[in-house]
Design a protein around this ligand. Sequence first.
Ligand code: PLP
Length: 432
Amino acid sequence: MKSKTDKLLHFDRKHIWHPYTSIENPLDVYLVESACGVRIRLSGGIELIDGMASWWSAIHGYNNPHLTEVVQQQAAKLAHVMFGGLTHEPAIELCKILLSIAPDSLERVFLCDSGSVAVEVAMKMAMQYSFSKGCKQKNRFLTIRSGYHGDTFHAMSVCDPETGMHQIYQGALPQYYFAETPRCSFSDPWDQNDICSFEQLIATHHDSLCGVILEPVVQGAGGMRFYNPEYLRQVRALCDKYGILLIADEIATGFGRSGEMFACNHALISPDILCLGKALTGGYMSLAAVLATSEVGRVISHGEPGVFMHGPTFMGNPLACSVALASIELLLQSDWQENISRISEKLWAGLEPCKTLEGVKDVRVLGAIGVVELEKPVNLQAIQKRFVENGVWVRPFGKLVYVMPAYIMDDNEISTLTSAICRVVTEEVSNG
Ligand SMILES: *Cc1c(COP(=O)(O)O)cnc(C)c1O
């Protein structure tokens, strides 16, 4: 007799696609029964300390009693209503609080479903801005290598062409410009040569560019790199010099993750368009927001057709908006900045010992993000199993073993997590 768990997993294995996974020969998946705080409970009762916060999103941990109650109350009142011609308090209050914490110049908010859609929206906005100004030839984008912006078509077109996992679609993608990956790391002394490639490309192509898009300071899924804020400051200045909109993709970095509320704050700059997602709802559901300056709104409104051409079915979903509002309020009520530096110190103390291991290329920490970069790609199937056996949930990709825990993780839990990483990485590099 097969157990219920086996039956469920059997169906899953036969029929359900998982992210970046073969449908016919999938990697193992684990059945989750519930999750609370920083712990994921698997069917069978095994509990794992979660290092991933479900890909940057569950910043307050799972099943936060207040957030859960907010969702329940909102569901009983108004789960969803179309946003065309109608509005509601959860959306209005959410946009109000977003504008109060975002860089000052941002004054217009577009709500949408997910990070990739937010990137599409931001790129469409930049393009429509140029069209509205009468510059129809300005429809290209400039970005930097090692970036990741999502899996939809235009988002793919600005992901790193090599690490971006989208090579096979290359022929169908618009061809944009890629500056060299910034080399100067977050804490390195600034080297003016680092900006040369970007400066050259913007100088050569500004007549055809409508926007620059990048992840400020922290490059996520494209390589988990932390670059020097001076790079971002100079990108801002160059965009101003050539009159090109700067789109900051803070879908991963928003809401304190890098130690500042937004990673742009490290460079004291403000983008023209800002994309938010992932942690926006505290990991409860999918929602994203695109914030723009009133100048972007003004130009689009005064051009043809005068309206911004986008409007998803679930735009401004009240469930998502109400939990996002509550999640941001929770964050603001906490001593989040001090807490992130606590996590940062603990992550560094716990991961630094990996630095001396043969086969480990680098260990780096910024804010509540810890990265161990190996020389070679890991064997995902095997290493995943070892992490679970060690009681933690860590999901590496390629050469990167990385964590971005919930902000509520205490010192002991961080040390359990980092010890497990050191153990498993030690095995991995000695086997490989
Ligand atoms: C995750 C991510 C996206 C895509 O968001 P989805 O919600 O997965 O579509 C875009 N940009 C960055 C920087 C991300 O980390």
